[in-house]
Ligand binder design. Sequence first.
Ligand SMILES: [Zn+2]
Length: 423
Amino acid sequence: MMNKFLSIRTCLLLLLLWMTTSIQAQTLLVPDRVFDGEGMHSDWVVAVVENKIVYSGPENGLKRANSYTRINLDGTTLMPGIIEGHSHVLLHPYNETEWNDQVLKESPTERAIRGVVHAKNSLMAGVTTMRDLGSEGAGYTDVYLKKTIDDGIIPGPRLLVAGPAIVATGAYGPKGFHDGVTVPLGAVPVSGRDEAIKEVRTQMGNGANLIKIYVDYRWGKGEPSQPTFLQEEIDAMVATATTAGRYVVAHAGTVEGMRRAIMGGVETIEHGDGGTAEIFALMKEKNVALCPTLAAGDATEQYKGWKKGTEPDTDRIIQKKKSFKLALESGVDIVFGGDVGVFPHGENYREMELMVEYGMEPIKVLQAATSVNARVLHLEGLGTLQNGFLADIIAVEGDPSQNIKQMEKVRFVMKDGVIYKND
Ligand SMILES: [Zn+2]
């Protein structure tokens, strides 16, 4: 009797299981080829159930393939959603409004509204995750933007946010006012161990996923960058963040700034324009990644009047090409991150095109924007199209490993199993 009862119950459970699985969203994505985060595969398909990838491989290896809703993506390459490593969702291009005026004249409310548009543009361009490195005077607006995206109020990428970021007292702008004028700054200034520790804790407490510090900056207008924080200040901020399971990233362009940041234990160096073979070797040794932000320099030089293509490279571009080449030769992890916001949100592809132009293989660029960024940015379950991973998936026209400019043509965007674009 007991056995019979159990078997009926088992049957009912199986029936219930079958009913629930059959009403789950099951999608089969059928492109020309799949870039899974590592390499390119012809005639692969990717199956998605709810918000998870359940299969990635040749179609004949998928069981019950006809139970899925098929989406044909002819002429495309399917790949993991782009992970942008360095954005400012609360900034817009400096040739529209100078950085100083954005910080001084645009309220956090206006900047939030602009941020809503930027978040949507990013997602539609295939960016399903963004590491946002500083609100640049807009306080914790990035935290609130992230919340509204996570709550499904507005469309946008998954955000990792830094909050206001931290600078050394006197080192950051806007500048040029007499000392009686109180000026809102682009980041929070601190001096000394105690203030530095307190500010890291405050920012984490207010929702920062990571801490951004500026270890060098130009102290006066037109001057070259010089180190800002003392080693003990950097050490204290890193120790405070890592104690809480967070990490620190450093804006750094000088050799000494980079050296202090690396020795202090930051995880990524942002920009690294003045990097030498020796400093990149130290980064490699200490497992610190470089986020080169090539597109920011390329954009700002053009804002200053450089006519790219018709005029020779400026000194800054020559130096950037040189240091990026040294970084590639050193074997450091290269994070894909363009400092988008300096140039229009949704044009994240600019960084990829420049990475190729400056000497990186297209397939390596695609890896940087997906699996490498997922690893370096601690994004478990993202960046690769494999079983059990989250369904952040895009399709671009053609084959971007042959022509990186194809990254401009994003036809399909799925984030967390939800389709946002299917042109
Ligand atoms: Zn930046």
